[in-house]
Design a protein. Structure first.
Length: 246
């Protein structure tokens, strides 16, 4: 029996009518498969006059109504160089939407987080992580995800976020000895690790997904080579099938 994993989906597809139908159908057809979905309205929460946005107001509540879905809001950190006041403003914007039915999120996905330790970096990451945990407008468990896209220094994992994307890489590079040697330094256990692997050969998607289920609890695998977070791609159904196998 293969360890059970959840889908961690960067949903960077603008929700024009019908564009999220594949996802809605997949979620409904797989009630025992859990989805953590990163919503990214406008390179972050989006602000007036762009927000409120009628397409998101129509589609996001459908996702949030599903019992096997939690949505988390996208926030860019710029390798901890972005002004922390702007990051906090984004967190507050997501939190403020929980007063509107169906628009709240259950956590934050911090993109472009550093993987190398410094005192300044750790302070920055700890502060924004705690901001989410302290925010009454963030719903559920207030899940915090960091995305360095690679293994991190162990000092950043004390205590670190709930989940860290320690792999955001193409299939070929992932399978090199050099990459695996570096990945072996990952300080997080399986339950706190996420892998996102793109450019996976279509005929390998199912087998590869099964193999990495043993290593990370949160996964996304696609055969797309470019713009892999902007469409579901031909391999989407194979990926979901592999995630469902016992």
């Amino acid at each position: 029996m293969v360890a059970k994993s959840a889908v961690l989906l960067p949903l960077y597809i603008y929700p024009e009518a019908g564009k999220w139908d594949t996802l809605h159908s997949t979620v409904a057809a797989n009630p025992t498969l859990h989805f953590t979905i990163i919503v990214n309205p406008n390179s972050g929460p989006g602000y007036a006059p762009w927000w409120p946005n009628s397409d998101y107001l129509r589609e996001l509540p459908k996702l949030n109504a599903a019992p096997n879905v939690r949505t988390v809001g996208y926030v860019r950190t710029g390798r901890a160089q972005r002004d922390i006041a702007e990051v906090r403003q984004d967190i507050a914007a997501y939190a403020g939407r929980s007063s509107e039915p169906g628009l709240g999120v259950e956590g934050v996905f911090f993109d472009e987080t550093p993987n190398l330790y410094s005192e300044e970096v750790k302070t920055y990451l700890d502060q924004i992580t705690q901001d989410v945990k302290d925010s009454t407008g963030i719903l559920g468990d207030r899940t915090v995800i960091h995305n360095p896209g690679t293994s991190v220094n162990k000092e950043l994992a004390n205590p670190g976020p709930d989940i860290t994307t320690v792999v955001e890489q193409d299939y070929t590079t992932y399978n090199t000895k050099e990459y695996q040697d570096w990945l072996a330094t990952n300080p997080y256990n399986r339950s706190r690790s996420s892998y996102m692997v793109y450019a996976t050969p279509g005929d390998q998607v199912q087998l590869f997904t099964l193999s990495i289920r043993e290593r990370a609890e949160y996964l996304f695998v696609t055969d797309l080579v470019t713009e892999f977070y902007h469409s579901f791609g031909p391999s989407w159904s194979d990926f979901i099938a592999a995630m469902n196998l016992p």
